[in-house]
Design a protein around this ligand. Structure first.
Ligand code: ADP
Length: 631
């Protein structure tokens, strides 16, 4: 039987208190035995019975003392509750002897003996109240055996004095029960306070441990990060200096050929790329930590995501003589394709990196699920020892790269993967042993073919969905506005730039109805992009455009306002924004908005294109409601 933890705490405290009283009870019992024997000695009505009765009383008492001598502090014989039961049985035996022995007094010719015995019993009852009153079981099993025979016998005499005495005794029993009740409540409150205090102390200690571990992890993180950042910087510095060195000038040193210069430049490019990769990984992780990354679930064919991964990693695998096998699947999932792709990219690139021969297998398994299932990435590589299965998910931890060679990665892939999978509502599972390869798997939600808005693989490099879309860009930095405008124009968008909120509102006033508004987060005059976007949205809403695709672009990582925007589902892109990422994000937002618009129209039975400003090109303006977005 499982005992509630608080009840166990009460029981343990009860045992401690009851146990501490036992030696005192021992001496008071022997004293009462001595007194009773002395007063009965001259005239014992039934000597054998008397000896048996008090022999039993003495034996029960000595048994308690023997236990106490063996285990001074705590009776470790049985569970606390079990010991409380045993103690109650012992009390019952111990107190029944003097309780029933009052019968001898009533048999005796001395009229005072019943009174004397009763006084002795009342004294013992007071002792029971003091030592056992805080436990209902021990108290209620001792008192009736001690006092009820006496009450009954006094009543049985049918004399006025004895009847009054019996009534007083009965009243006494009731009174000590009432007092014992409040005694018990007090005891429970004391135990509760102690347990609360202990819990508080334990949780404080646990929090301290967590804080210490976090601080240690942070120190490790910074030590590894600064090492990994310094290393390529140092190399770039040396290589750049060598390019500048007059000794390397072909005029001074004919050995320093243009071929050597090209090699040095190649090394510089390699180190810059390594630095860039590391920055991106650290920024990705920081984004996940700051809680601004959003999850947007779309219905899509998993095979399309697999295809993208296949075309990305097949050349790398082939270069190592490995086969990258992607199991065909017709399953449709409802998940965030952008985040899933990052998870899969990390896992597959690790599989390629840590496999020297054999194959890498990417596939989907139902694993007994009726909807959704698991994506698995398997390899026949070096495997991971069991005692490293936890540590490989720590930032910058690598199993076998003590010299921290950047070519072997930085140890940031798996921590990022684990966080992403957790964000997607799943758990990353690992099965691996040295020499036996590794299997990483994580769950995906089942999707619905009717919910697919577009293929994942269309439109990434300028598909039809951007053609003719109107985009309003708000940024106080003219060079960024210019860059954005030329990029969007290349995709076929009609772009309007605005330096601030007022400019943006003026553009709307001129009749420019955007399909998307891209806005920098930090604007001039202490205005934020969030404020500008809400002003733009409000103006669009007044003209009947309830929702428009909006996108904040920021370099800020941990602002509370950004986290709040992320929670509200306002899409946020983090700098540096690559053209592919921007394009993909816009495509997804537009696809989702078009789908929402279609659903809304179907629901209302209305035709698209009602309401709006006097649109410059007369094209319909839709009800674009931006979904939660993840990047
Ligand atoms: P990185 O691969 O950049 O070192 P990760 O965080 O992705 O960093 O992985 C951490 C460590 O886990 C790696 O250094 C490697 O030792 C181990 N590891 C990850 N994936 C595999 C795999 N598929 N097979 C063997 N070891 C792996």
């Amino acid at each position: 039987m499982r005992v509630d933890p608080f009840q166990r705490e009460i029981d343990e405290d009860l045992v401690r208190v009851l146990y501490a009283q036992d030696p005192i009870a021992f001496f008071s019992h022997w004293f009462s035995i001595a007194v009773l024997v002395a007063i009965y000695w001259p005239d014992i009505p039934s000597p054998r019975l008397f000896v048996a009765c008090f022999g039993f009383y003495a034996a029960a008492n000595c048994g308690g003392l023997a236990l106490w001598i063996c285990h001074r502090r705590y009776p470790r014989l049985v569970s606390p509750r079990g010991w409380i039961y045993l103690h109650a049985v012992r009390g019952m035996l111990l107190y029944s002897a003097p309780g029933f022995a009052v019968w001898f007094a009533f048999q005796s010719p001395h009229p005072d003996l019943p009174l004397l015995h009763t006084v002795m019993l009342v004294t013992l009852a007071a002792g029971v109240f003091m030592s056992n009153g805080f436990d209902l079981l021990n108290f209620s099993t001792a008192i009736p055996f001690l006092l009820f025979p006496s009450i009954v016998l006094h009543f049985g005499t049918h004399t006025f004095d004895r009847t009054i005495l019996a009534i007083v005794l009965a009243f006494f029993v009731c009174a000590i029960n009432v007092y014992a009740l409040s005694y018990r409540k007090l005891f429970q409150r004391v135990v509760q306070a102690r347990v609360d205090q202990q819990y508080l102390a334990e949780s404080l200690a646990a929090q301290k441990r967590v804080a210490e571990e976090a601080s240690l992890a942070k120190t490790r993180f910074f030590a590894a990060a600064s090492h990994d950042l310094r290393q390529p910087l140092h190399a770039i510095g040396l290589l750049a200096a060598s390019l500048n060195d007059p000794l390397n000038d072909p005029l001074h040193d004919p050995a320093a050929t243009p071929v050597q210069h090209a090699k040095t430049a190649e090394h510089i490019v390699y180190n810059v790329e390594a630095l860039n990769q590391l920055f991106n990984q650290v920024l990705d992780l920081a984004r996940l930590e700051s809680g601004v990354t959003q999850v947007i679930r779309l219905h899509f064919r998993l095979s399309e995501l697999f295809e993208r991964i296949g075309s990305q990693y097949r050349p790398q695998a082939a270069a190592k003589g490995l086969a990258l096998r992607i199991a065909p699947t017709g399953v449709i999932v409802h998940d965030d394709p952008v985040l899933l792709e990052r998870v899969l990219s990390n896992l597959v690139s690790n599989a390629v990196r840590y496999t020297e021969e054999g194959a890498i297998w990417v596939g989907f398994r139902r694993a007994g699920r009726s909807s959704g299932g698991f994506i698995e990435v398997r390899d026949s590589g070096i495997g991971i020892p069991l005692d490293e299965h936890q540590r490989i998910f720590e930032e910058f931890y690598q199993v076998a790269n003590p010299q921290r060679d950047a070519r072997q990665g930085h140890g940031l892939g798996l921590p990022t993967v684990r966080r992403l999978v957790t964000m997607l509502g799943g758990e990353l599972q690992l099965r691996s042993a040295p020499g036996r390869g590794s299997v990483f798997r994580f769950p995906v939600q089942g999707g619905d073919a009717g919910g697919i808005v577009a293929s994942l693989n269309e439109g990434v490099a300028g598909g039809p969905s951007a053609q003719g879309r109107r985009v309003l860009c708000i940024d106080d930095e003219p060079s960024i506005l210019e860059g954005l405008a030329s990029l969007l124009a290349r995709w076929g968008c009609v772009v309007r730039g605005a330096r601030d909120e007022a400019d943006a509102l003026a553009a709307l006033g001129d009749g420019f109805v955007p399909d998307a508004v891209l806005c920098d987060y930090q604007l001039a005059n202490h205005r934020t992009g969030a404020q500008a976007l809400s002003a733009v949205r409000a103006m669009l809403a007044r003209a009947g455009h309830e929702g428009v695709v909006t996108l904040l672009i920021t370099g800020d990582m941990a602002s509370a306002e950004l986290a709040a925007l992320a929670l509200q589902g306002i899409p946020v892109l983090h700098k540096p924004v690559t053209p592919a990422r921007l394009r993909r994000t816009l495509d997804m937002l537009w696809q989702q908005a078009d789908l929402d618009k279609g659903r809304a129209v179907a629901a209302r039975g209305l035709s698209v294109g009602d309401g709006g400003f006097d649109s410059a090109d007369g094209s319909p303006s839709g009800d674009h409601r931006p979904p939660r977005m993840s990047f």
